[in-house]
Design a protein. Structure first.
Length: 261
């Protein structure tokens, strides 16, 4: 049975995409159940089983030396094939939005799970978006709430001490790690993880494609990269609207099938 609160999504977005894999049959049932009443389109993502690092280098889809320069960790580190497949899948969705000529899209991953008790706040959150918004988290983990000025100074001090040793965040990046109040239902986005439920505009899609060609980040990290540098007008809902289903345990948990290692 569909939740009537979800139908507002059909009115607000030009396209609604759900990323999955053709072989992920258990996830397809979850999509139909969780998004009943939503006019979504299935998009088959890039399967990590079809990738290898040599071919990715030859095609220019992933160049580890270039990606390392943009990564916030200083140690040598390859993105796993699952993360690269996930990033390519999301990049393909962004390109679909551009090719369609539409302006606003909603993106779900196939383990998405609505939070029924919070869905009545959905319409209000969408209506509170400013006209210049570019990205909206409808579900995420990490830094769910703003912090006090005292805690902000503490974090700034810690990250400044470890700058160039562990982290590559600048002081002004640290100031944007945590969300800031914006409206009754929205925060200005900070540093958040996960891409199981978010919306974006055509302008955001263009920016994210540019940063992921070749792939340089995990799908969620490229958004953070732009948010911390104030290159996206990004917002997050105060009350989480979508979580994720852990199919190995059968309950809600932050995980992803398409984006697994």
């Amino acid at each position: 049975m569909s939740d009537p609160n979800l139908t507002v999504l059909n009115e607000h977005f030009d396209r609604i995409f759900v990323i999955t894999l053709e072989r992920a049959h258990d996830r397809h049932a979850n999509i139909a159940r969780s998004l009943a009443g939503v006019n979504y389109e299935i998009v088959y993502g890039v399967d990590k089983r079809d990738l290898d690092f040599d071919s990715l280098r030859r095609t220019g889809d992933y160049l580890p030396e270039r990606a390392k320069k943009l990564n916030r960790y200083t140690k040598e580190r390859l993105l796993p094939l699952g993360a690269i497949a996930c990033s390519l899948s999301h990049r393909n969705v962004y390109q679909r939005l551009l090719d369609s000529g539409h302006e606003r899209a909603l993106v779900f991953e196939d383990d998405v799970l609505p939070i029924p008790q919070n869905l009545p706040t959905l319409a209000g959150a969408l209506n509170e978006l400013p006209t210049n918004w570019e990205l909206l988290y409808l579900g995420y983990i990490t830094n769910e709430r703003p912090i006090s000025a005292l805690r902000a100074r503490y974090h700034r001090m810690v990250y400044s001490m470890w700058h160039d040793h562990v982290y590559r965040w600048r002081a002004k990046d640290v100031d944007r790690l945590f969300p800031r109040p914006f409206s009754p239902s929205l925060h200005r986005a900070g540093y958040h993880n996960c891409t199981h439920a978010y919306a974006l505009t055509r302008g955001a899609a263009e920016k994210l494609i540019a940063s992921q060609t070749p792939v340089n980040f995990c799908a969620d990290s490229v958004i953070t990269h732009h948010v911390l540098r104030k290159q996206l007008e990004a917002f997050s809902v105060r009350r989480q609207l979508f979580s994720q289903m852990d199919f190995t345990l059968g309950h809600q948990h932050a995980t992803s099938y398409v984006c697994s290692d």
